[in-house]
Ligand binder design. Structure first.
Ligand SMILES: [Zn+2]
Length: 65
């Protein structure tokens, strides 16, 4: 049984049933983990990257006549 590294509760899945690239979601804290290896089982936390470069600057051009 794998343990969630974030909240230390048991992750409810069978190690035999997962493959590399599968995503496991912790029922307790909602953190997502990607399976990066199966022998031995290795999980990596899925970080959501917020790209803050993507800000849209709203420039209103006022047309005055
Ligand atoms: Zn957790």
């Amino acid at each position: 049984m794998a343990i969630c590294p974030e909240c230390e509760s048991a992750l409810d899945f069978e190690e035999e049933d997962v493959d590399e690239g599968d995503v496991i979601v912790c029922d307790e804290c909602g953190t997502e983990f990607e399976v990066v290896g199966t022998e031995p089982l290795e999980l990596t936390k899925v970080e959501e990257d917020y790209d803050e470069d993507d800000e849209e600057e709203v420039e209103e051009e006022e047309e005055e006549e």
